[in-house]
Design a binder for this molecule. Structure first.
Ligand SMILES: Cc1ncc(COP(=O)(O)O)c(C=O)c1O
Length: 358
């Protein structure tokens, strides 16, 4: 892929950048540049470019605005103590985007092109990658959408792939605190043959009303159950789940309709070295209730790129509640540390997960 670069003549000045990086929040500040490449059936991917960050001009008939033919990824770049910048399992994000593209009838952007796009942009905007203290990082958002102006319902003939970046602060500004969950019995996020395993905007749109219910109940996140039987745990709106057993097993739900997180799969790979045995299988809500009541389940945690590993506190549903911890458990913290240490270059990367960007 040939990438042309046009540097911004209104890049954020050093003083303002220092202010942003001191307290970046999440998803509110964007770097000076963005990456774009377009696709048509005749020309394939073409016109790869890095340009100053700025708004898009879209025809009101642009297909994505009507039919949501769209996919995205979420990943991070980390600055290590020596100043170098690295991504974590970027190939896995690229591969997941290929799978999402198939599901949404979008063209495939090959893994090497995805990696080149991400790395070229991070290199241009490298001053935006925060220093590692407080686990700050640069959040990277690749996305692809139907950019053809056409109201017929069919896969679009003009597609745009872009990458934008946003510095991200510590997810837990006030220390790691358990999240309280709301078990949704009114809504599901994915059905058999649906889009649950794809990272596509529609899944998040459909989760918002359940999230509103969760907030109204004083909960932080929603737990979704399978659509068919309303019995098996799937995942949270934006994170996967693990159940830690007293005997050293950790169980993560598998239903065929969850978004298979890269953090989730990394924990599977690390478990053995932490003395844990992973089971990936269907996991019923009754098993959660009974395991918690008997003391067999000693910890529950959620995992995803944004928060890495998050302890789960209480579980609430319409008519009941499973009280939970108020402080993170030791296994949760051990798993979290193992991952974060690799990401920030403080532990050896024995799996070859880190890619140096610059
Ligand atoms: C629905 C959903 N499940 C799980 C995850 C965790 O995935 P990952 O570990 O790749 O960030 C995410 C976050 O991207 C998500 O949006």
């Amino acid at each position: 892929m040939q990438i042309t670069t046009t540097l911004s003549d209104h890049a954020v000045d050093d003083a303002r950048l220092a202010e942003i990086l001191a307290n970046p929040g999440f998803g509110v500040n964007f770097t000076d540049h963005m990456f774009t490449v377009e696709w048509t059936p005749a020309d394939g991917w073409h016109g790869a470019r890095i340009t100053p960050y700025g708004p898009l001009t879209l025809d009101p008939a642009t297909a994505v605005l009507h039919y949501a033919q769209e996919i995205f990824e979420g990943m991070k770049a980390y600055r290590h103590e020596d100043g170098s910048i690295w991504t974590f399992r970027a190939e896995a994000n690229a591969e997941r985007m290929v799978r999402s593209a198939h599901r949404l009838a979008l063209p495939v952007l090959e893994v090497p092109d995805f990696l080149e796009a991400v790395e070229a942009l991070v290199r241009v905007d490298q001053r935006w990658v925060p220093d590692p203290e407080g686990e700050k990082s640069l959040y990277i958002r690749p996305f692809m959408f139907a950019s053809e102006a056409f109201l017929g319902v069919r896969p679009a003939h003009h597609i745009t792939f872009m990458v934008i970046c946003s510095p991200a602060g510590a997810y837990f500004a006030k220390g790691i605190k358990p999240v309280n969950l709301w078990l949704s019995t009114d809504y599901t996020r994915a059905g058999r043959g649906g889009m649950g395993a794809a990272k596509t905007g529609g899944n998040y749109a459909s989760s918002l009303v359940a999230q509103q219910q969760a907030s109204a109940q004083g909960c932080d996140q929603v737990v979704f159950l399978d659509a068919q039987e309303g019995r098996y745990i799937e995942e949270l709106g934006g994170m996967n789940l693990y159940f830690v057993y007293r005997d050293g097993r950790i169980v993560t739900p598998e239903t065929g309709t969850i978004l298979e997180g890269i953090t989730r799969s990394s924990i599977m790979a690390l478990a053995g070295s932490l003395g844990l045995r992973v089971e990936e299988r269907r996991f019923g809500i009754d098993e959660w209730r009974e395991g918690a009541a008997s003391g067999e389940i000693v910890e529950v945690f959620a995992c995803g790129t944004a928060a890495v590993v998050t302890p789960v506190g209480s579980l609430k549903w319409d008519g009941g509640e499973l009280p939970g911890v108020t402080e993170p458990g030791p296994i949760t913290m051990q798993v979290r540390k193992a991952l974060v240490d690799i990401q920030f270059g403080r532990a050896e990367d024995t799996h070859g997960w880190m890619r140096r960007v610059c």
